[in-house]
Design a protein around this ligand. Sequence first.
Ligand code: KIV
Length: 401
Amino acid sequence: MSERVRIFDTTLRDGEQTAGVCFSPRDKREIAARLASLGVDAVEAGFPGASRGELEAVRGVADAVRDTTVCALARAVAADVDAAAEALGGAARPRIHVFVNSSDMHLAHQLRRSRREVVAMTSAMVERARRHAEDVEFSPMDATRADPDFLVELVRAALAAGASTLNVPDTVGCARPGQVAALVAGLRAQVPELEGAVLSFHGQDDLGLATANALAAVEAGGRQVEVAVNGIGERAGNTSFEEVVMALRVHGEALGVHTGVDARGIHGLSGLVAERSGIAVPPNKAIVGRNAFRHASGVHQDGVLKNRETYEVIDPAHIGHPEGTRIVLGKLSGRAGFAARVAALGIELGGEALERAFHRFQALADRVPEVDDASLRALCRGGSGTGGAGLGAGPGFALDL
Ligand code: KIV
C-alpha cells in the first residue's frame, strides 16, 4: 500500500533566508495560497520572532490560508514561541516549529549551553508551544553533525513534551544519502515512540545532495520532506520543491509512496516564486529550468522526434509546462531535427534540395548559437540565412506540431 509523504514548504521562511530576498506580506499570502491550492501539507510562513513586520506577515498568511497547515518557526526561547503563537492566533490549522542547536560544535560555539540545558530547553519550549497549538514540530538543528545518542535524547524529550513531527535537519548540507538513511533508520529503531509521530527531513544543498538526501530519508521511513520552490534558501539553498515532488512521482511506485501535490501547478508556481523573490531560475535547473525540455543535439532530437521518452523522464504536461518539448536548431543538430522543422514550417523540400539546404544550415549554425525560423526559411529559398537567435533567446519548436 502506498504511503503519503507530506510536503512541508518553507519557501516563505528558509527560502526567504536567501541573501537578498524579502517577500512582502502580499507576496507571502499569494505564494502561500498557490501552495495550498496545489495541495501541499504545510506552509512555513515565516519566523515571527524576527520582527514585528514578519509577525504580521505570518499572521496575514495564517488568516488567509484555511485548508492547509500554516507553520511559524521559533527558536527554543519563550519570546519566539509566544510570537509564533500570536502570529498563528487566527490560523485554522496552526503549527509551531521549535528548533534548537544539537551538534556539540553549535552548542560550544554558538549556543554556549550544555547538552543538559539543551534538553531542558527542548522540553520546556515544546510544552509551551503545545499550550498554544496541538500541532508542534521539533528540529534539532545541525542534526547530521550531532552525536546520534544525543539526538535520540532530544527527540525523546520533544516527543514526551508533545511534539508530533520530528525533523532531521542537514543544516549545512554536508551529509551523504547513506548517512541520512542510517540516521533516520537509527532514530526509528531506537525511539519506538516515533511510531505515532511523523519523521521529517530538512536538507540544504551545499554539496548538491539535498534531493538525493531527501529521497534517502523517505526510503528509510521519513514521511515529511521540507522543501522550497526553485530550491531557494540559505547559501546554496534548500531541497527543491519541484525536484522532490517529481522524483517521488517518478519513483513513487518503487518506494511505495506518493504526495498529495498536484504537479500541474509546478511550472506556474516556479515562475511566481522567481518573480517575487527576484531569483531567476538557472536554465539547466532540473524540472523548471528553461532547458529542462529543450533538445539541441542531433542524436537527442532524432530520439525525441521518434518517441519523447527516449530522452525525457518527465512529460512536460505533468508540470503544466506551457510549451512542452522543444527542438532547438544549432550546430549540433542533425538532419532529423532540421527536416522536421522545415516540414513544420510548411516548406516542401526533399532529396537533393533538402540536403543542400541542410549544408547551408550547418554553415550558418557554426556561427550562431540558435538558428531561427526566418533564417531557416531563407536557407530553404537558397540563401545563406542572415543570422540566428542569441543563445537561449529563440523559442525552439514544439515536438508535436
Ligand atoms: O537548516 C535548518 O536546520 C533549519 C531548521 C530550523 C529546520 O532551517
